[in-house]
Ligand binder design. Structure first.
Ligand code: BES
Ligand code: MN
Ligand code: ZN
Length: 487
């Protein structure tokens, strides 16, 4: 879907629909002093003022109201979307309000939708434009009759060319990430991810290096190959280099790309396995972010690395008690084949060190324990460097995405000592499982500033929200782009 700058007044647009933002004011009459209800003709103001008085115009964030034939407005259909309290309106609210309006309108086919949110700050406009793209698309990739039907185009009023272009790039990157996650595992596997990454690298302008199975073996990636051993689909490791303009060591972005996680011999129950096509969300987030920063031509160099495997069961799969030799040389005793993400990341993090990065950020749907700790909507942060962690927290706050740090106390590392190898792949007992997993990863990042983002909760949703369908969420793309802009 394309976004364009709208010409003329929203009230005169002959569009399929016009979306206006309503912000909850302290005093009712202030409703028409901000957002998209500002500057409406008198008859439209009277119409909405009456509705407000009757309590029929809720302004809560993400609430949508559809009206037909509003006096003073040409478009047949008007959606008033709530943006929450006027004073609390921010990037999060902008993204969600625009998304909710798009999603509501996507219940039917539309040609052009006009959006007017009034004059927003640059970062809020970007978030709103990205949200308006995001809301129109669903997870029903294989349904003949789509649940959500994205409009042919979106036209924004009161938008600067730059804000619109950046919003479109962010929206496209989120949609790319979501689509990769939403594709079923018989369509999305290591070679297919690689093919799509190759297309993105050409169309948006970064370099792509592909390691096939032979190369992985020659490089000694025994941990990643161990996870892949049960699958008939060959693994891949991708190195994506965006050079930028600044001469400085790159940021390394590392992603877990398990295209399906059956759990291996430590097999998952049906309920837990059903959503495990989402286990490559870290890799998809890295690819989406690489697309965004190269299209924006940001200054800082970034190298994206993803490890792509299927975690399956067969006569050649990992066994409990197996010992793997990782690329770093560290040996790992397998106590649970379902703790596979950390094995893949162990080798990808080690490859990342060869790029001499200034810092490393990894993204992974790593542990159910993180979801227990923080719930479905918050990503867990674990780091060996408080400055890096605070900077990413700030970037997330500016994007309106929720993150929360977990403590990396030393004693968690004791839990992964093994009697036969250097380390084992799960902790003693299940308490603090998100942190023991992070402690395992820390073994492979040397002393570089490193941040691990566990997205097991927010990366994939079982139920829809007002502003986005269920399925892949594209979470963290905007946070990462914000962070990379500060480098
Ligand atoms: N991919 C899962 C984690 C996950 C769980 C992601 C739920 C998204 C939603 C991971 O590979 C896994 O299975 N982790 C185990 C680790 C355990 C065996 C130590 C878990 O969380 O149960
Ligand atoms: Mn697993
Ligand atoms: Zn997994």
């Amino acid at each position: 879907m394309r976004t364009v700058a709208a010409e003329g007044l929203p009230t005169q647009a002959s569009a399929s629909a016009v979306v206006l933002l309503a912000l909850e004011p302290d005093q009712p009459h202030e409703l028409f002093a901000a957002g998209g209800l500002m500057g409406l003709p008198d008859e439209a103001v009277r119409y909405f003022a009456n509705l407000l008085e009757a309590g029929e115009l809720p302004c809560q964030l993400g609430k949508t109201n559809l009206f037909h034939q509003v006096p003073g407005i040409s478009a047949k259909c008007v959606v008033v979307v709530g943006g929450g309290k006027l004073k609390q309106f921010d990037e999060r609210a902008a993204f969600r309000a625009a998304g909710a309006a798009s999603k509501r309108l996507a219940e039917r086919s539309r040609d052009i939708i006009h959006f007017d949110f009034g004059r927003l700050e640059k970062s809020q406009l970007e978030a709103a434009v990205a949200g308006s793209l995001n809301g129109g698309y669903g997870q029903d990739l294989f349904r003949a009759e789509k649940n959500l039907k994205p409009a042919n185009a979106i036209a924004w009023h009161n938008a600067t060319a730059n804000g619109l272009a950046r919003g479109q790039i962010l929206g496209d990157a989120i949609l790319l990430t979501r689509e990769l996650v939403n594709l079923p595992p018989n369509y999305m596997f290591p070679e297919e991810f690689t093919r799509r990454a190759a297309n993105v690298s050409v169309s948006s302008g970064f370099e792509l290096e592909v390691w096939d199975e032979l190369r992985l073996r020659r490089e000694g990636c025994g941990a990643l190959l161990g996870v892949s051993a049960g699958s008939t689909r060959p693994p891949r490791l991708l190195v994506m280099r965006y050079r930028g303009t600044k001469k400085q060591p790159p940021l390394a972005l590392v992603g877990k790309g398990v295209t399906f996680d059956s759990g291996g011999l430590s097999i998952k129950p049906t309920d837990g396995m059903l959503s495990m096509k989402c286990d490559m969300a870290g890799a998809a987030t890295v690819l989406g972010t690489m697309q965004a920063i190269s299209r924006m031509q940001l200054a800082a160099p970034v190298v994206g690395l993803v490890g792509l495997v299927e975690n399956m069961i067969s006569g050649s799969c990992l066994k409990l008690g197996d010992v793997l030799t990782s690329r770093s040389g560290k040996t790992i005793e397998i106590h649970n084949t379902d703790a596979e993400g950390r094995l893949v990341l162990a080798d990808v993090l080690n490859v990342a060190l060869d790029e001499h990065p200034a810092q490393i950020i990894d993204l992974a749907t790593l542990t159910g324990a993180c979801v227990v700790a923080l719930g479905l909507d918050i990503s867990g942060l674990m780091s060996n460097n408080s400055e890096l962690q605070s900077r990413v927290q700030l970037a997330a706050a500016q994007a309106g995405e929720e993150v929360w740090p977990l403590p990396m106390s030393e004693h968690f590392a004791d839990q992964i000592r093994s009697k036969v190898a250097d380390i084992k792949n799960v902790g003693e007992g299940r308490w603090g499982g998100a942190i023991t997993a992070a402690k395992f990863l820390q073994e492979f990042v040397a002393d570089l500033p490193w941040l691990h983002i566990d997205i097991a909760g927010p990366a994939f949703a079982d139920s829809p929200k007002a502003y986005i369908d269920a399925g892949g969420s594209g979470v963290m793309v905007r946070t990462l782009v914000n962070f990379i802009e500060t480098l």
